[in-house]
Design a protein around this ligand. Sequence first.
Ligand code: AHM
Ligand code: MG
Length: 336
Amino acid sequence: MKRKTLTQYLVEQQRMEQAVSAEVRLLIETVARACKAIAHAVGKGALGGVLGSLDSENVQGEVQKKLDVLSNEILLEANEWGGHLAAMASEEMETLHRIPNRYPKGEYLLLFDPLDGSSNIDVNVSIGTIFSVLQAPADAAGRDIEESDFLQPGNKQVAAGYAVYGPQSMLVLTVGTGVVGFTLDREMGTWVLTHEDMTIPEETSEFAINMSNMRHWEEPVKLYINDCLAGSTGPLGKDYNMRWIASMVADVHRIMTRGGIFMYPRDARPSGRKGKLRLMYEANPMSFLVEQAGGAATDGDTRILDINPEGLHQRVGVILGSKNEVERVGRYHLED
Ligand code: AHM
Ligand code: MG
């Protein structure tokens, strides 16, 4: 059977579904090409001298790994000159990255977490890249893009996706017409459509959460997890399984494949942090993908895609995955 490539899929989406413009098609192809380069660097590991940390910290005060910085550079360089972007923003950069004046500018904004799951880089566990595409506001034409131009709710995303660098490298994508998955053919260097119409089962008995944070969680999450742990004789009437990879990309990819619920909830740490994950680079693109695959995503009270962002690096509680289970956790919050 002759399989479609990413290019063929995108041309079809442009011609038949009118789901993407020529600019967005180019943009996604460029991001996918950058992800191929990142997959290559990840695959080399110690042989490529890419493991380990740098002395620098990112805007969130986290120590940067060599691969965090390299992946960020690969994405910036690949996307700067094509003429399809107005600006970029990254989890690894304090402020937005405007397209240099020597290149033409387009009307789209690209946001990314260049290398998600940094704590897994050096231990040879799956990591990934997450990206989100927005359209610049109409009044931005002809002026410099500002940070406020990025602050649009996730329901305005034009496309979103992730690449997971695991036993296989895969690219999972939505342009608002469902979710599809491509596997990297390493010999040919092409992304090949291997997973059409990815859907998340509505029911699950598998949860993913970092249990070591339990003492910090809000009451509804504590109650829900306690009920899961009670098993088949507890209020939920079934035995649950638990998985936690600590790479959101890999945990979400499992849920995309066989269902489950992923939670990095808000918590009450003395630092007052509102969850760990970032709305613009992680929660929004993953929520768009999950909803397009028939799942649901909430911060506990509000649909993630409806949150009005207040800052580029804003953090948010994330509960996403199989629809009925996410709605169940929503009810625990309502009853609180
Ligand atoms: P990163 O973008 O710095 O890698 O952090 C995000 C990651 C997610 O991929 C993952 O779900 C989470 O952090 C794991 O956090 P923890 O180490 O607290 O379990
Ligand atoms: Mg991340």
